[in-house]
Design a protein around this ligand. Structure first.
Ligand code: PLP
Ligand code: COI
Length: 355
Protein backbone atom coordinates (compact mmCIF):
# COMPACT_ATOMS: atom_id res chain seq x y z
CA UNK A 1 0.00 0.00 0.00
CA UNK A 2 0.95 3.64 -0.27
CA UNK A 3 3.19 4.82 2.54
CA UNK A 4 1.23 6.19 5.50
CA UNK A 5 1.71 9.96 5.72
CA UNK A 6 2.15 11.27 9.28
CA UNK A 7 1.03 14.74 10.27
CA UNK A 8 2.00 15.08 13.91
CA UNK A 9 -0.19 17.20 16.16
CA UNK A 10 1.29 20.54 17.14
CA UNK A 11 -0.97 20.67 20.20
CA UNK A 12 -0.73 17.39 22.16
CA UNK A 13 -3.57 17.07 24.66
CA UNK A 14 -2.87 16.69 28.37
CA UNK A 15 -3.20 13.12 29.65
CA UNK A 16 -5.97 12.43 32.14
CA UNK A 17 -6.96 9.95 34.82
CA UNK A 18 -8.64 7.04 32.97
CA UNK A 19 -10.57 5.98 36.06
CA UNK A 20 -12.39 9.32 36.09
CA UNK A 21 -13.88 9.34 32.58
CA UNK A 22 -16.62 7.24 31.01
CA UNK A 23 -15.86 4.59 28.40
CA UNK A 24 -14.84 6.16 25.09
CA UNK A 25 -15.29 9.81 25.97
CA UNK A 26 -11.74 11.14 25.65
CA UNK A 27 -9.63 10.50 22.56
CA UNK A 28 -5.91 10.35 21.88
CA UNK A 29 -4.01 12.87 19.78
CA UNK A 30 -4.16 11.24 16.35
CA UNK A 31 -6.45 9.32 14.02
CA UNK A 32 -5.85 7.17 10.95
CA UNK A 33 -7.81 7.99 7.79
CA UNK A 34 -7.86 6.70 4.23
CA UNK A 35 -10.28 7.36 1.41
CA UNK A 36 -11.91 5.08 -1.12
CA UNK A 37 -13.24 5.62 -4.59
CA UNK A 38 -14.63 2.75 -6.59
CA UNK A 39 -12.35 3.29 -9.58
CA UNK A 40 -9.27 4.09 -7.53
CA UNK A 41 -9.43 1.76 -4.52
CA UNK A 42 -8.12 2.92 -1.14
CA UNK A 43 -5.80 5.94 -1.25
CA UNK A 44 -4.03 8.58 0.83
CA UNK A 45 -3.53 6.62 4.07
CA UNK A 46 -2.60 9.14 6.74
CA UNK A 47 -2.24 9.67 10.46
CA UNK A 48 -3.41 13.16 11.34
CA UNK A 49 -4.44 15.08 14.48
CA UNK A 50 -7.81 13.92 15.87
CA UNK A 51 -10.38 16.24 14.27
CA UNK A 52 -13.92 16.28 12.79
CA UNK A 53 -14.61 14.93 9.30
CA UNK A 54 -16.10 17.10 6.64
CA UNK A 55 -18.87 15.23 4.80
CA UNK A 56 -21.84 16.31 2.71
CA UNK A 57 -25.26 16.54 4.39
CA UNK A 58 -26.30 14.14 1.61
CA UNK A 59 -23.58 11.62 2.55
CA UNK A 60 -25.15 8.18 2.26
CA UNK A 61 -24.13 7.14 5.79
CA UNK A 62 -26.35 9.88 7.24
CA UNK A 63 -29.41 8.53 5.44
CA UNK A 64 -29.08 4.79 4.84
CA UNK A 65 -26.41 3.88 7.40
CA UNK A 66 -23.76 1.95 5.47
CA UNK A 67 -21.41 1.91 8.46
CA UNK A 68 -19.37 -0.82 10.10
CA UNK A 69 -16.87 -0.86 12.94
CA UNK A 70 -14.56 -2.96 15.06
CA UNK A 71 -13.51 -2.86 18.70
CA UNK A 72 -10.14 -3.99 19.99
CA UNK A 73 -7.56 -2.94 22.57
CA UNK A 74 -3.83 -2.23 22.97
CA UNK A 75 -2.50 -3.43 26.33
CA UNK A 76 0.49 -2.18 28.36
CA UNK A 77 2.62 -5.09 29.63
CA UNK A 78 4.46 -5.08 33.00
CA UNK A 79 7.70 -4.41 31.02
CA UNK A 80 6.16 -1.24 29.57
CA UNK A 81 5.68 -2.71 26.09
CA UNK A 82 2.44 -2.47 24.10
CA UNK A 83 0.61 -5.42 22.53
CA UNK A 84 -2.57 -6.26 20.63
CA UNK A 85 -4.81 -9.30 21.12
CA UNK A 86 -5.65 -11.37 18.01
CA UNK A 87 -5.87 -8.28 15.76
CA UNK A 88 -6.12 -10.38 12.60
CA UNK A 89 -9.49 -11.65 13.85
CA UNK A 90 -10.83 -8.08 13.94
CA UNK A 91 -9.42 -7.43 10.47
CA UNK A 92 -11.16 -10.52 9.09
CA UNK A 93 -14.44 -9.67 10.84
CA UNK A 94 -14.31 -6.11 9.45
CA UNK A 95 -14.20 -7.60 5.95
CA UNK A 96 -17.11 -9.94 6.78
CA UNK A 97 -19.13 -6.92 7.97
CA UNK A 98 -18.07 -4.96 4.85
CA UNK A 99 -19.29 -7.75 2.58
CA UNK A 100 -22.70 -7.75 4.29
CA UNK A 101 -23.12 -4.00 4.00
CA UNK A 102 -21.76 -3.64 0.41
CA UNK A 103 -18.79 -1.65 1.65
CA UNK A 104 -15.31 -2.22 0.15
CA UNK A 105 -12.88 -4.83 1.42
CA UNK A 106 -9.57 -3.77 2.94
CA UNK A 107 -6.49 -5.91 2.32
CA UNK A 108 -5.58 -7.61 5.58
CA UNK A 109 -1.96 -6.40 5.52
CA UNK A 110 -3.12 -2.84 4.88
CA UNK A 111 -5.46 -2.78 7.86
CA UNK A 112 -2.86 -4.49 10.08
CA UNK A 113 -0.30 -1.84 9.13
CA UNK A 114 -2.78 0.95 9.84
CA UNK A 115 -3.53 -0.54 13.28
CA UNK A 116 0.14 -0.95 14.18
CA UNK A 117 1.02 2.57 13.02
CA UNK A 118 -1.80 4.40 14.81
CA UNK A 119 -1.01 2.59 18.06
CA UNK A 120 2.70 3.38 17.62
CA UNK A 121 1.88 7.05 16.94
CA UNK A 122 -0.14 7.31 20.16
CA UNK A 123 1.75 4.75 22.24
CA UNK A 124 2.10 7.25 25.10
CA UNK A 125 -1.71 7.07 25.37
CA UNK A 126 -1.72 3.37 26.31
CA UNK A 127 -2.42 3.57 30.05
CA UNK A 128 -0.69 1.39 32.61
CA UNK A 129 -3.09 1.44 35.57
CA UNK A 130 -4.62 -1.99 36.39
CA UNK A 131 -7.42 -3.07 34.04
CA UNK A 132 -6.94 -0.12 31.67
CA UNK A 133 -6.08 -0.22 27.98
CA UNK A 134 -6.20 1.82 24.79
CA UNK A 135 -9.49 1.00 23.08
CA UNK A 136 -9.14 0.98 19.29
CA UNK A 137 -12.13 1.74 17.09
CA UNK A 138 -11.67 1.10 13.34
CA UNK A 139 -14.73 2.13 11.31
CA UNK A 140 -15.85 2.65 7.72
CA UNK A 141 -18.76 4.49 6.15
CA UNK A 142 -20.13 5.53 2.78
CA UNK A 143 -19.81 9.21 1.89
CA UNK A 144 -21.37 9.53 -1.59
CA UNK A 145 -23.31 12.74 -2.03
CA UNK A 146 -26.34 11.05 -3.47
CA UNK A 147 -29.76 10.31 -2.03
CA UNK A 148 -30.69 7.42 -4.32
CA UNK A 149 -30.33 4.12 -2.48
CA UNK A 150 -27.11 2.63 -3.81
CA UNK A 151 -23.90 0.80 -2.95
CA UNK A 152 -21.33 3.37 -1.74
CA UNK A 153 -18.76 4.39 -4.34
CA UNK A 154 -16.91 6.67 -1.92
CA UNK A 155 -15.95 5.73 1.61
CA UNK A 156 -13.79 6.71 4.53
CA UNK A 157 -11.96 4.20 6.71
CA UNK A 158 -10.68 5.58 9.97
CA UNK A 159 -9.23 4.43 13.29
CA UNK A 160 -9.60 6.41 16.50
CA UNK A 161 -8.33 5.36 19.91
CA UNK A 162 -9.19 6.18 23.51
CA UNK A 163 -7.76 5.14 26.86
CA UNK A 164 -10.38 3.22 28.84
CA UNK A 165 -10.98 1.49 32.14
CA UNK A 166 -13.89 -0.85 32.87
CA UNK A 167 -16.89 -0.73 30.54
CA UNK A 168 -19.24 -1.46 33.40
CA UNK A 169 -19.18 0.50 36.65
CA UNK A 170 -19.25 -2.91 38.35
CA UNK A 171 -15.78 -3.97 36.99
CA UNK A 172 -15.44 -7.73 37.60
CA UNK A 173 -18.40 -7.64 40.02
CA UNK A 174 -21.66 -9.20 38.85
CA UNK A 175 -24.00 -7.21 36.61
CA UNK A 176 -27.79 -7.27 36.35
CA UNK A 177 -29.18 -8.10 32.91
CA UNK A 178 -32.74 -7.82 31.58
CA UNK A 179 -34.00 -10.38 29.05
CA UNK A 180 -35.89 -8.44 26.38
CA UNK A 181 -39.38 -9.68 25.55
CA UNK A 182 -40.55 -7.30 22.86
CA UNK A 183 -37.84 -5.71 20.72
CA UNK A 184 -35.41 -7.87 18.78
CA UNK A 185 -31.89 -7.05 17.70
CA UNK A 186 -31.38 -9.22 14.64
CA UNK A 187 -32.73 -12.04 12.54
CA UNK A 188 -31.08 -14.71 10.45
CA UNK A 189 -30.57 -13.20 6.99
CA UNK A 190 -30.32 -9.75 8.55
CA UNK A 191 -27.21 -8.01 9.82
CA UNK A 192 -26.76 -9.56 13.28
CA UNK A 193 -23.44 -11.20 12.42
CA UNK A 194 -22.06 -7.93 11.03
CA UNK A 195 -20.72 -5.24 13.30
CA UNK A 196 -22.74 -2.40 11.80
CA UNK A 197 -23.97 0.71 13.56
CA UNK A 198 -27.62 0.05 12.71
CA UNK A 199 -27.72 -3.03 14.96
CA UNK A 200 -26.84 -0.86 17.91
CA UNK A 201 -29.27 1.92 17.02
CA UNK A 202 -32.06 -0.66 16.92
CA UNK A 203 -31.03 -1.84 20.39
CA UNK A 204 -31.25 1.51 22.12
CA UNK A 205 -34.93 1.47 23.03
CA UNK A 206 -34.74 -1.82 24.90
CA UNK A 207 -31.48 -0.66 26.50
CA UNK A 208 -33.20 2.49 27.77
CA UNK A 209 -36.07 0.48 29.24
CA UNK A 210 -33.64 -1.89 30.95
CA UNK A 211 -31.51 0.98 32.31
CA UNK A 212 -34.62 2.64 33.77
CA UNK A 213 -35.13 -0.52 35.83
CA UNK A 214 -31.48 -0.54 36.95
CA UNK A 215 -30.16 -3.15 34.49
CA UNK A 216 -26.80 -2.73 32.77
CA UNK A 217 -27.59 -4.56 29.53
CA UNK A 218 -30.25 -6.33 27.56
CA UNK A 219 -30.07 -10.04 26.77
CA UNK A 220 -31.66 -10.63 23.36
CA UNK A 221 -33.87 -13.47 22.30
CA UNK A 222 -34.05 -14.72 18.70
CA UNK A 223 -36.00 -12.47 16.37
CA UNK A 224 -38.38 -15.11 15.01
CA UNK A 225 -39.74 -17.12 17.92
CA UNK A 226 -38.41 -15.02 20.85
CA UNK A 227 -37.52 -18.39 22.31
CA UNK A 228 -33.75 -18.83 22.10
CA UNK A 229 -31.02 -16.85 23.86
CA UNK A 230 -28.82 -14.86 21.48
CA UNK A 231 -26.39 -12.39 23.06
CA UNK A 232 -26.18 -9.24 25.15
CA UNK A 233 -25.97 -5.69 23.77
CA UNK A 234 -22.23 -5.61 23.17
CA UNK A 235 -21.21 -9.03 24.41
CA UNK A 236 -21.72 -12.75 23.95
CA UNK A 237 -23.02 -14.91 26.80
CA UNK A 238 -21.98 -18.22 28.32
CA UNK A 239 -23.73 -20.42 30.88
CA UNK A 240 -22.22 -23.14 33.05
CA UNK A 241 -24.88 -25.81 33.43
CA UNK A 242 -24.15 -29.22 34.97
CA UNK A 243 -20.40 -28.72 34.61
CA UNK A 244 -20.60 -27.89 30.88
CA UNK A 245 -20.30 -24.48 29.28
CA UNK A 246 -23.16 -23.72 26.90
CA UNK A 247 -23.15 -20.73 24.55
CA UNK A 248 -25.52 -19.82 21.70
CA UNK A 249 -24.36 -21.13 18.33
CA UNK A 250 -23.42 -18.64 15.60
CA UNK A 251 -26.34 -18.98 13.20
CA UNK A 252 -26.26 -15.57 11.53
CA UNK A 253 -27.96 -13.30 14.03
CA UNK A 254 -25.24 -13.33 16.70
CA UNK A 255 -21.88 -11.56 16.42
CA UNK A 256 -18.91 -13.95 16.33
CA UNK A 257 -17.07 -12.48 19.31
CA UNK A 258 -13.32 -12.85 19.45
CA UNK A 259 -13.47 -13.06 23.24
CA UNK A 260 -16.09 -15.80 22.87
CA UNK A 261 -13.85 -17.71 20.44
CA UNK A 262 -10.84 -17.31 22.76
CA UNK A 263 -12.73 -18.51 25.85
CA UNK A 264 -14.01 -21.55 23.95
CA UNK A 265 -10.44 -22.41 22.91
CA UNK A 266 -9.23 -21.88 26.46
CA UNK A 267 -12.00 -24.01 28.03
CA UNK A 268 -11.33 -26.82 25.55
CA UNK A 269 -7.61 -26.69 26.40
CA UNK A 270 -8.65 -27.25 30.05
CA UNK A 271 -10.84 -30.20 29.01
CA UNK A 272 -14.01 -28.42 30.07
CA UNK A 273 -16.81 -29.41 27.68
CA UNK A 274 -18.27 -26.57 25.62
CA UNK A 275 -21.49 -26.78 23.64
CA UNK A 276 -22.29 -24.22 20.94
CA UNK A 277 -25.98 -24.76 20.34
CA UNK A 278 -29.46 -23.34 20.61
CA UNK A 279 -30.36 -22.66 24.22
CA UNK A 280 -33.96 -21.79 24.90
CA UNK A 281 -35.12 -19.35 27.53
CA UNK A 282 -37.18 -22.17 28.99
CA UNK A 283 -34.12 -24.40 29.38
CA UNK A 284 -32.24 -21.52 30.99
CA UNK A 285 -34.99 -20.64 33.47
CA UNK A 286 -35.43 -24.34 34.33
CA UNK A 287 -31.71 -24.65 34.98
CA UNK A 288 -31.87 -21.61 37.28
CA UNK A 289 -34.96 -22.87 39.11
CA UNK A 290 -33.54 -26.32 39.78
CA UNK A 291 -30.08 -25.10 40.71
CA UNK A 292 -28.28 -26.49 37.67
CA UNK A 293 -27.10 -23.12 36.38
CA UNK A 294 -23.85 -22.77 38.28
CA UNK A 295 -22.62 -19.49 36.83
CA UNK A 296 -22.94 -17.32 33.76
CA UNK A 297 -21.08 -14.41 32.27
CA UNK A 298 -20.93 -12.00 29.34
CA UNK A 299 -17.76 -11.64 27.31
CA UNK A 300 -16.48 -9.06 24.86
CA UNK A 301 -13.56 -6.76 24.19
CA UNK A 302 -14.98 -3.73 25.98
CA UNK A 303 -16.60 -5.64 28.83
CA UNK A 304 -13.87 -8.35 29.06
CA UNK A 305 -15.66 -10.94 31.23
CA UNK A 306 -18.60 -9.80 33.32
CA UNK A 307 -20.31 -12.20 35.67
CA UNK A 308 -24.10 -12.06 35.52
CA UNK A 309 -25.54 -11.86 39.03
CA UNK A 310 -29.18 -11.37 38.14
CA UNK A 311 -31.37 -12.04 35.12
CA UNK A 312 -34.81 -10.51 34.85
CA UNK A 313 -37.61 -11.69 32.61
CA UNK A 314 -41.27 -10.79 32.57
CA UNK A 315 -41.17 -8.99 35.94
CA UNK A 316 -39.43 -11.92 37.62
CA UNK A 317 -35.90 -11.79 38.95
CA UNK A 318 -33.49 -14.70 38.98
CA UNK A 319 -30.39 -14.44 41.17
CA UNK A 320 -27.43 -16.46 39.96
CA UNK A 321 -24.76 -17.98 42.20
CA UNK A 322 -25.89 -15.77 45.11
CA UNK A 323 -24.86 -12.72 43.07
CA UNK A 324 -21.22 -13.80 43.40
CA UNK A 325 -18.51 -14.15 40.76
CA UNK A 326 -18.23 -17.88 40.04
CA UNK A 327 -14.92 -19.75 40.21
CA UNK A 328 -14.82 -20.59 36.48
CA UNK A 329 -15.72 -16.99 35.57
CA UNK A 330 -12.85 -15.82 37.76
CA UNK A 331 -10.42 -18.37 36.32
CA UNK A 332 -11.29 -17.37 32.73
CA UNK A 333 -10.98 -13.69 33.62
CA UNK A 334 -7.58 -14.18 35.25
CA UNK A 335 -6.20 -16.27 32.39
CA UNK A 336 -7.59 -14.08 29.57
CA UNK A 337 -6.56 -10.77 31.12
CA UNK A 338 -3.22 -12.34 32.16
CA UNK A 339 -2.49 -13.05 28.49
CA UNK A 340 -3.87 -9.74 27.20
CA UNK A 341 -1.85 -7.61 29.61
CA UNK A 342 1.25 -9.82 29.24
CA UNK A 343 1.20 -10.89 32.90
CA UNK A 344 0.98 -14.59 32.04
CA UNK A 345 2.53 -16.73 29.28
CA UNK A 346 0.58 -16.79 26.00
CA UNK A 347 0.44 -20.51 25.10
CA UNK A 348 -1.95 -19.80 22.21
CA UNK A 349 0.21 -17.19 20.48
CA UNK A 350 -2.60 -14.63 20.56
CA UNK A 351 -0.67 -11.47 21.37
CA UNK A 352 1.09 -9.30 18.80
CA UNK A 353 3.77 -6.84 19.98
CA UNK A 354 3.52 -3.25 18.73
CA UNK A 355 6.38 -1.56 20.58
N1 PLP B 1 -21.73 -9.14 20.52
C1 PLP B 1 -21.89 -7.84 20.20
C2 PLP B 1 -23.21 -7.39 19.73
C3 PLP B 1 -20.80 -6.95 20.29
O1 PLP B 1 -20.94 -5.66 19.98
C4 PLP B 1 -19.56 -7.44 20.76
C5 PLP B 1 -18.42 -6.54 20.88
O2 PLP B 1 -17.66 -6.35 20.02
C6 PLP B 1 -19.44 -8.80 21.08
C7 PLP B 1 -20.55 -9.61 20.95
C8 PLP B 1 -18.16 -9.38 21.54
O3 PLP B 1 -17.21 -9.43 20.52
P1 PLP B 1 -15.66 -9.34 20.80
O4 PLP B 1 -15.36 -10.38 21.81
O5 PLP B 1 -15.02 -9.61 19.50
O6 PLP B 1 -15.39 -7.97 21.32
C1 COI C 1 -16.50 -3.94 21.90
O1 COI C 1 -16.53 -4.74 22.84
O2 COI C 1 -15.46 -3.62 21.34
C2 COI C 1 -17.72 -3.35 21.38
O3 COI C 1 -17.71 -2.93 20.28
C3 COI C 1 -18.88 -3.33 22.26
C4 COI C 1 -19.51 -2.02 22.47
C5 COI C 1 -18.65 -0.94 23.01
C6 COI C 1 -20.37 -1.63 21.35
Amino acid sequence: MEKIRFEKTSAPKPKFDVSKVGFGTVFSDHMFIMDYEKNKGWYDPRIVPFAPFSISPAATVLHYAPEIFEGMKAYRTPEGKVQLFRPIENVKRMNISAERMCLPQIEEEMMMEALMEIVKADQSWVPSEPDTSLYIRPFMFGTDEQLGIHTPQHCIFSIITCPVGSYFREGINPVRIAIEKDDVRAVKGGTGYAKCGGNYAASLRAGERAAAQGYSQVLWLDGVERKYIEEAGGMNVMFKIDGKVVTPALLGSVLAGITRKSLIEMLKSWNIPVEERLISLEELLDAINNGRLEECWCCGTAAVISPIGELAYDNKKYIINDFKTGSLTRKLFDELTGIQWGKRPDPFGWTVPVV
